[in-house]
Design a protein around this ligand. Sequence first.
Ligand code: BGC
Length: 340
Amino acid sequence: MGKLYDRSVRVVLAFALTLAVSAACVSDLGSVAYKPLVSPVQRCMNLSGALEGPSEGEWGYTVRMSDIDKIADAGFDTIRLPVRWSAHAGKSGRYELDSDMLARTDEIIDYALAKDMNVILNVHHYYQIHHNPSKHERRLEGIWNQLAAHYAAYPDTLIFEVLNEPHTKMTVERTDALNKRIVANIRKTQTDRWILLATAEWGSLPGLIESQPPQDPRIMLSWHYYDPFSFTHQGAEFFKPTPPIGAQWGNEDDLARMTADFRAAAAFRDTHGMPLLLGEFGVFDAASVEERVKWISTVRHLSEANQFGWCHWGFSSNFQAYDPEKEAWIEPIRAALLGD
Ligand code: BGC
């Protein structure tokens, strides 16, 4: 790294800031009437790679309470906790949730809430529902009925996110209808709880702008941003065919495209009058730190200029911001997320 690295990052950051300010102006001009509801989530870290695995630890990471300390102390206000509830619920009847898993999520949630953080609890990697919704939608409703009952007395700094990245047969219409039913079920017992809704097509911009979210003052919408995928997922062996390593990002066209995407998301948010959270964004670790920093800092600045809270994917598993071997933040990534 060194001086050359510092200078190029500074240039990109200055460029990102200019873009961000102009995005803010355009968004103001386009929506003078927009009065953002205040989302409690501004700077969030996905506590990824643990509870959304088949079982915690199987993917090499087990959540430690000291990790939550580090995330809070660094300046994040929220953790998003992805959980593969479908692997910890019965297959019939009331789809009973595994009490050990609930005890584990209690432990993590209680700890983070006591540190004055928000926690977003979601249903992650429910692969079956995306391919066979007619069989699995009722089960997801059953899972949420139990989670809503279990956490009914929790403060509203615990946020529920219905389903991560609906896709394939979870079409826009199907996702909207399911979101609506689950929101109505949760509202039977808790009116103030923030509920985060992802939309179809993997929670991407095209899925978001097609959706018709239910009107409710405490709904937040979510979208995920990994564009261009061939850049952010270079070398990500879990995706086949794996995009080759070496892709670069940051020319004028790249910046213009990203700025336009964020404007489109902001316009949708303004039309619906609901806060919008960028629930996932990040670059796989096979890209150089310099390339990752350019993209991450630009996304972060565009999010903030457009008044979206954001949630980086991920912490120490992959798409890393924290190096578990060195037990230290990857400083340029930390600074891209939290620096000026
Ligand atoms: C998935 C992860 C993946 C990330 C980036 C998340 O929603 O759960 O497995 O690494 O997106 O693709």
